[in-house]
Design a protein around this ligand. Structure first.
Ligand SMILES: *[C@@H]1O[C@H](CO)[C@@H](O)[C@H](O)[C@H]1NC(C)=O
Length: 591
């Protein structure tokens, strides 16, 4: 009954999220230009960012390097919320390209470097700086220069002075753009540098819809290991589900038979079955509300929201083309998060009220601000660092205020409504007898302690997702686009997490320990702890990232991600387990 209501509420918000997505998709940034050109019309080239090649998050505005720049910087005015958040700032380049017009070597500017400009360039080239530009929303990359050591062991530094653009067109659209950096010149202070470019157009038969294909690394993402990992996880799911049903069905049946309360026919069976121990002994305590009820309700509420939110986002992403638009994933996440806040309030408020909580306004605030608050604090810290480095990752004040406004005008009210509705619809306490005095938890072996469950609970769920994690982490370098896989892995993760926490809770209850709520939540949440450890491994072993800035940003983002993942998994584990617990204990209600 309650679950049915939750299902309906969930569906309503799926619908809302879809509306939200459509809304995002129609924002000006996607539709600023129809991507259609007349012959000879200017195709704008936008300079975006420049930064060290090994450090994907360490980015600076292109004109922070002493390239010659126009007197007045023209910023692209079609920037969306997501673009500002992930650090895009498009500035019109001095290179002028016209649709279908070839240009022979043409000067951009000439410039002689001062001593300090020379130092800046030298340092940038030694750190392998590269830059990114956009042309008709297609990304273009180029290296600033190159360096090598000559035989005498002296560092030679060259800067590229010629940009060769090869473009292709189909009908009235731009299909492809290649940039070749040419004409390296020894970097010296004082001597003039002549920057030039050339443009060459050719016709192609590739269609406009396929033009993004070349950025998607098919052989990498659809590599056999991907299929293998899915297959592997799938086998694990079958195995686990089989195991859970086998163990539980058999054990429970035996337990019921032993307690002699399963059926009426059994009622006349011998009551004193020697060792009356096990989960049944704690039926007067198992529904006792967990300690720190308010925090727990907020976490469970937020987890409910994340479960549905992630599912919606992945479905939308699997259907759409997130990768082709800058920052869409982030915008979609924020807007959908705000729209699904109702679910958090509903789940959290309902749970809180069912367990006799009275401070529901406080509960509502904690639910609404728990994750956003932590994410905001981390973002604030990163932003301070980005500001002091003059990085492009700095989030402008206006954008921060916009995000805050979305939170306070959409998320907060929706959480409030959700809490009130949850409290009234879903908040009637269950009619179970709870002992006045909490039962003492018996002494037990170390491996039955809750912390062991918590530590080990995450191993299998992590095992089912870690290969996908590898692919997700490479999205620092490549366009991640196989959201269909991710959706599949998500479903597998849910099943594995639920199975594992049910088994672990069964053992916990059987050792007459009724502290299952936090234990099941945390043992599922520990998956995120393993993901974080994996990200540390990835950082040191698989990337060449270095420096304070990149390290802080990497781990800051990972902390946010793992926190969300912990809440998500924790809630999945807890929801599954509480269904299980309710089921086994209501079957013995009869006595
Ligand atoms: C761009 O480079 C790729 C790979 O080298 C090549 O296949 C393609 O034809 C080039 N396109 C243009 C327009 O030059």
């Amino acid at each position: 009954m309650k679950d049915q209501k939750l299902l309906w509420v969930g569906l309503v918000f799926v619908a809302l999220a879809v509306v939200g997505f459509i809304f995002i998709d129609f924002t000006p940034s996607g539709w600023a230009h129809e991507h259609k050109y007349e012959d000879g019309e200017e195709v704008y080239l936008w300079m975006n960012k420049v930064g060290p090649f090994p450090n994907p998050q360490e980015t600076y505005p292109y004109y922070s390097l002493p390239f010659c720049h126009p007197d007045k910087l023209i910023h692209s005015d079609t920037e969306g919320l997501g673009e500002a958040l992930v650090g895009y700032d498009l500035i019109k380049s001095m290179v002028e390209i016209f649709f279908k017009r070839d240009i022979e070597r043409k000067p951009i500017c000439s410039k002689s470097l001062t001593k300090s400009e020379y130092e800046e360039f030298r340092e940038a080239i030694l750190e392998q700086y590269w830059y990114q530009m956009y042309l008709d929303d297609l990304p273009v990359w180029g290296m600033v220069g190159e360096s090598y050591e000559d035989d005498a062991g002296e560092k030679k530094v060259f800067i590229y002075t010629h940009q060769k653009f090869s473009l292709s067109w189909n009908g009235d659209r731009v299909i492809e753009v290649n940039l070749t950096s040419e004409n390296p010149v020894v970097l010296e202070a004082g001597s003039p540098l002549q920057f030039t470019f050339s443009v060459n157009w050719q016709e192609t038969s590739t269609s406009f819809d396929d033009r993004f294909r070349k950025y998607l690394d098919k052989s990498f993402f659809e590599h056999q290991i991907h299929w293998f990992s899915i297959f592997n996880s799938f086998m694990m799911v079958i195995f686990l589900v089989g195991l859970v049903s086998l163990i539980l069905m058999r054990t429970l049946k035996r337990d019921y038979a032993r307690f002699g309360k399963l059926d009426d026919e059994d009622a006349d069976r011998d009551e004193d079955v020697g060792d009356e121990s096990g989960w049944k002994q704690i039926k007067g305590d198992v529904f006792r509300s967990p300690p720190r009820l308010l925090l727990f309700s907020a976490l469970v509420g937020t987890g409910h929201q994340l479960v549905i939110l992630v599912f919606c986002l992945l479905c939308l992403a699997a259907l759409g083309t997130y990768y082709a638009q800058r920052g869409t994933v982030v915008t979609a996440f924020i807007v959908c998060y705000a729209l699904t806040s109702f679910i958090a309030g509903y789940g959290g408020g309902g749970y809180y009220a069912r367990n006799g909580g009275k401070k529901w306004i406080k509960c509502m605030f904690v639910t609404a601000s728990f994750l956003p608050g932590i994410a905001f604090s981390i973002a604030f810290m990163l932003n301070t660092i980005a500001l002091s480095y003059g990085s492009l990752n700095y989030i402008p004040l206006g954008t921060l205020i916009a995000v805050l406004a979305i939170w306070s005008c959409i998320s907060l009210p929706l959480t409030l409504v959700g809490t009130v509705v949850g409290k009234n619809w879903n908040g009637t306490p269950e009619k179970v007898r709870i002992n006045q005095v909490p039962r003492q938890i018996p002494e037990k072996r170390w491996y039955l302690q809750p912390w062991v469950h918590i530590l080990l609970g995450g191993v299998l769920p992590f095992g089912s997702i870690f290969i996908e994690m590898y692919f997700i982490f490479t999205s620092f370098y490549k366009y991640y686009y196989v959201y269909g896989f991710m959706l599949l892995v998500y479903v597998i993760l849910i099943i594995v997490t639920v199975c594992v926490t049910i088994v672990s809770t069964y053992f916990l209850l059987n050792s007459e320990d009724y502290r299952w709520q936090w234990t099941s939540f945390l043992s599922a949440a520990s998956t995120a702890g393993y993901v974080f450890l994996y990200s540390v491994y990835y950082f040191y072993m698989k990337t060449k990232m270095s420096g304070f800035f990149q390290t802080v940003f990497y781990f800051g983002y990972m902390a946010m991600f793992c926190l969300g993942l912990a809440t998500l998994c924790g809630a999945i584990g807890f929801i599954g387990t509480s269904m299980f617990v309710r089921r086994i204990y209501t079957m013995i209600k009869g006595d």
